[in-house]
Every structure is written in structure tokens, then in C-alpha cells.
Design a protein around this ligand. Sequence first.
Ligand code: TXA
Ligand code: MG
Length: 301
Amino acid sequence: MIFQTDQISLAAQLIINGEIVAFPTETVYGLGASIFQPDAIIKIFLAKGRRHDNPLIAHISNFEQLKQIASEPPSQFFQLAKYFFPGPLTIILSKKESVPNIASANLPTIGIRMPAHPVAKALIDAVGHPLVAPSANLSGKPSSTTALHVMQDFGDKIGGVIDGGASFLGIESTVIVLNPQPTILRPGSITKEALESVLKEPFFYANENCERPLCPGTKYRHYAPNAKVKLFYEKSTFEKYQNSRKKQFILNNLEPKNLYSLFRQADAENYEEIVIHCHDAIQKNQALMNRLLKASSFDEW
Ligand code: TXA
Ligand code: MG
């Protein structure tokens, strides 16, 4: 079922009734459920094929809702929230008892994000409390940046999707933790430099290769199309690699907002390989490089 943006109250009612509904955000589409309904949250894990040790992000539309789910945010949270909320930033805080363990994968924490997309805000407002929402894609596959992508992955296995057009950033939020030191768990459009300039403290990048990474999702293979992703840093080797024996989807000038729809297009058209030139601007984009490196890794995460 596809809802139009004048049908948000219908979508909200489904969520209140314990269904799961996908909705647009400025980063990617999310697959939402009421944070206070464990039976609905289970449906998200089942629909995505998501591991139960991978926690969900809580999406809020105002600071009153924060009090329902997070306990004693440190002052740094408010400094960052004042500047970056609503927007593509997720901050991990201690959770309150009210948040079911299934939402946080039994961690004592919960990720907090206030999306900037007006449809996401209107939906959370209409439900009246926070929604948990992972990216609305099958686990391990490219995220969805349109309602059509969501329908292709889930069809009628979910309550529906609200069509808010294409997500304008196209890469998931930056995920950070503040204690014991400010750390980026997943890079996104809000950069390390932007975070440091607001907090006036250094941020570190989390080590993903340890046995118990701070961000559980980072240990799994992610964002990967069926086609093999090949990255080239030099234009000459990129050009030399292109040949007619393989069915190659050639990306010369990739933009972050198109990444996932191009991956999906390559799969829909049965390409064998996606061949990407990582020119300087791409290499400087930490978030985009993070997704490309994961998509191109053949190790099982
Ligand atoms: O832009 C986004 O963040 C999108 C939109 C829909 O808001 N959501 C999203 O959610 O990307 P998801 O579930 O696909 O990715 C969330 C990542 C996962 O790697 C998860 O392990 C990590 O954030 N995460 C969530 N809660 C966490 C927590 N309490 N502690 C550490 N990592 C957490
Ligand atoms: Mg995801």
C-alpha cells in the first residue's frame, strides 16, 4: 500500500495499531514501528531479516519525546542537538526502562535522531511518540531512497510506505557516541570537522574490526548489490579495466544521493560488475567511501 503525503494520519493509525510502515527521511527511507510496541518491533526484524543483536534508532519529532526514552543526556548532547537537530545525526544515549530491550538489542543505550524530513516529522507527531526505524531495505542490501525501492523489497509484507519522493541526501545518518569520548560509529553527511567545530572537542573513529564493535551493525556486510563492486582511484586503471567481455555498469561521476538507486538499477538490469571511479571528491567524502568500501568487500561481515 502506498500512502500519499495527505494520508499521513492513515499511516499513523496503522502504526498505532501495531503495524510497520515505511516513511521518507532526508537520508534514506526508514521502516517504522512504535517504540513502545515490542510485537510490532519484532515485525521489523522479521521483514528485514535483521539480526537481533543489531539495535534500532529512535526517531523523535520534539524534545519532549526525548524524556520518554533517554535518561540524563550529557550537556554535549544538547550542544550538538541545538546545532544539528533536526538533521542527519544519531546520538547514542542511555535508555530508559520504558524502551523495550528488543529495540536496543539488549544494550543499555538507544540512538536518538530527529529527522529533518517534513513527512517523517508529521508522522511521528501524528503517532504522538518516538518511532524506531532502521533503513527500509532487506538486511545487507542497498538502502531505499524512494517508495518504489521499499515496495520492491517488501511489497505487501509491511503495512505500507508513505511516498515522499526521493531522499535528498541518500546516505544514512552519522552515528556518534559521546562517552567515554566523542566517537563516530558510522560516518554520514555530518562530518567529523563539523562535529568538532560545534563541540570544540576531538572526535575519533570507532574501530570496526574488534570482536564487539561499538556499533553492532558495522560488523555485518552492508549496502551491497548483487553485482560485484570494483573501485578504482586512478582514472587510467579505471579506463583500462573496462571491457566488453563482462556486463559492466560504469560509474564515472558518482554522487552520494544516487548511490543506492544506481546499485539497485545495476541489479535490476543484471549487471555483473559495477565499476566506479573514486575521483578526489569521492575520496574526500568519508561517508560515501565508507559505503563503497563495505559494498566492495567480499568478506562476509
Ligand atoms: O539515516 C539513518 O540513520 C536511517 C534513517 C531511516 O533514519 N536509519 C538507519 O538505521 O540507517 P539502521 O538500523 O539501518 O542503521 C543504524 C546503525 C546500525 O549499524 C546499528 O548497529 C547502529 O546504528 N546503532 C543503533 N543503535 C545503536 C546503539 N544503541 N549503539 C550502537 N550502535 C547503534
Ligand atoms: Mg541500514
